[in-house]
Design a binder for this molecule. Structure first.
Ligand SMILES: [Fe+2]
Length: 313
């Protein structure tokens, strides 16, 4: 067995994967749901030995032109959980998403479960608390969440071994979840033919993302990888896809396959990010998601309002 004394947490995560590869009872059953409006994949991750599951990165539907929210995507998750008679232990967020609103509070009300995100959400709350000029009533201590994971924190989903890995770069708070032999890398890497996540949001950094991704690609090649987004990959792929392996990322990812140097990646990523418009839903998404997915309190007339800072991003 190889050892990585420079990154013992990564080695512990690899051990979780290897243990599951050797023991089918440690391999989660994953059911994925794709939201075509935001290109987001939500995953229900289930312990095969019990009815216990986790839900990763849920979506609250939001129509920006009308300001209307709806629950069709979340209700599909609820229907599945109920039809399989599952018990939700965790509502896991990989990060404070900039392209969709989280449905975690709605799911928690309907299904229970502990809401978790990375401890560095405090940094996101500090940065975006300023951008949105939030008052002192906006708590910047992460207490909107039930659990703040640090790098290497271990937890269980029923009898499954799980671990949180801090993988900043896209945002400062990004986590990857290693659950048995399955890896949920959030917005670090996408399908091999699409590449990697942008690094130009406040607190993002391409060099940091490169290093984070290489913590993940050091996991066993056989590890299953379930992505948070897919955008197809024209030309050549007309179907949405969200499942791959660490080995496929190492050999084929157009941005971070083996042999791509850190400097080459940073140059590519920086150049590409300069051409990308801000995500359509970044302002409503971050405003709500940094608050645990809860929209602002209603004003005196009973209506909730979102803020749009002019010329701030
Ligand atoms: Fe993201």
């Amino acid at each position: 067995m190889s050892s990585h004394p420079q990154d013992p947490i990564r080695e512990q995560a690899a051990e979780v994967v290897r243990a599951a590869l050797a023991d089918a009872t440690q391999r989660p059953v994953v059911k994925s749901f794709f939201d075509e409006a935001t290109f987001t994949v939500s995953h229900v991750v289930r312990d095969p030995g019990s009815k216990v599951c986790a839900i990763i990165d849920s979506v609250l539907d939001y129509e920006p032109a009308s300001g209307r929210t709806s629950n069709a995507s979340a209700d599909a998750l609820i229907d599945y959980v109920k039809s399989e008679d599952l018990q939700v232990q965790w509502l896991l967020e990989t990060h404070a998403h900039a392209d969709h609103l989280s449905a975690a509070p709605y799911l928690q009300e309907k299904l229970g479960g502990r809401l978790a995100i990375g401890h560095e959400i405090l940094t996101v709350q500090a940065v975006f608390g300023k951008i949105f000029n939030e008052g002192t009533e906006f708590r910047r201590d992460g207490s909107q969440f039930d659990q703040l994971f640090n790098d290497g924190d271990r937890f269980r989903i029923g009898g499954l071994q799980a671990m949180a890995l801090h993988v900043p770069g896209h945002t400062p708070a990004c986590l990857a979840y290693v659950i048995g032999d399955a890896v949920f890398p959030g917005d670090t890497m996408f399908m091999p033919d699409y590449g990697t996540a942008r690094c130009d949001f406040p607190g993002g950094d391409a060099r940091t993302l490169y290093r984070s991704i290489h913590r993940l690609t050091a996991l066993p090649d056989e590890a299953r990888v379930y992505l948070c987004h897919d955008y197809k990959a024209p030309p050549g792929r007309d179907e949405f896809a969200w499942e791959t392996t660490i080995g496929a990322q190492r050999t084929g990812n157009i941005h971070i396959r083996d042999g791509v140097s850190e400097d080459a990646f940073v140059a590519m990523r920086t150049q590409r990010d300069a051409t990308l418009p801000m995500p359509r839903l970044i302002l409503p998404s971050v405003q709500v998601n940094m608050n645990g997915g809860r929209p602002p309190e209603p004003e005196a007339n009973g209506v909730r309002y979102l803020k749009v800072p002019l010329n701030a991003l």
